[in-house]
Design a protein around this ligand. Sequence first.
Ligand code: ADP
Ligand code: MG
Length: 242
Amino acid sequence: MSLVSINEIHKHFGDLHVLKGITMDVREGDVVTIIGRSGSGKSTLLRTINGLEGIDDGAIHVDGTELVAGQKDLRALRLKVGMVFQQFNLFPHLKAGENVMLALKVVKGISKAEAREMAMAAMTKVGLAEKFDAYPDQLSGGQQQRVAIARALAMSPKVLLCDEVTSALDPELVNEVLNVVRQLADEGMTLIMVTHEMRFARDVSDKLVFMHEGRVHESGDPKHLFVNPGTPELSAFIQSVS
Ligand code: ADP
Ligand code: MG
């Protein structure tokens, strides 16, 4: 049984055909990593899965909730899908913990006291309980990104989307964020991520998806694909990033 099922989706930006019939299935607990050159459609694909971008054709199902072309009501989908971006997008005037509490209160209507407890649990999970009352500018980039992860986790998503969550970080801060993602994977969180950290992708992913020019060009077991790419395009991509 798939938790996320993506069926022949298409997306255009004006004349640009960005997603050209993507089909993908993700089971509960799977870690799927999407790789591919800049502009191949990776971010657009992730953004369609939580309804940040509409689709022009096809369908997406997340835990029984359907998304089709032209759909306006995205509330049910967004409650099931968490997302973490390259930029952390924390509100600078709110404390870290208040950033985590915000959607719990506003979107889910949870009381302040309960939201605080849930936010503290999420901050504890990412190792930042003691930074609950710090403002974003008092935190390192790695810590800010961990707060952004906590903010997504606090909403108890069925699946977490991670779009190059370490790309904006100084190199020495990358591992603290990857370690949190790895811990989530180990705990059975369903993850779909885009990353340029190839060793990490190989180590934690159950499935690797190589996108090329808006299509899934190749997919399979990362341990196999990194060693035996089946197409010249994947082979060239692996060489370009290693
Ligand atoms: P990737 O994440 O693989 O680098 P993207 O999904 O960001 O690729 O982009 C795929 C293509 O869609 C690129 O050509 C990009 O310029 C274009 N694109 C992405 N978002 C928009 C947008 N909002 N409007 C117009 N074109 C876009
Ligand atoms: Mg991108």
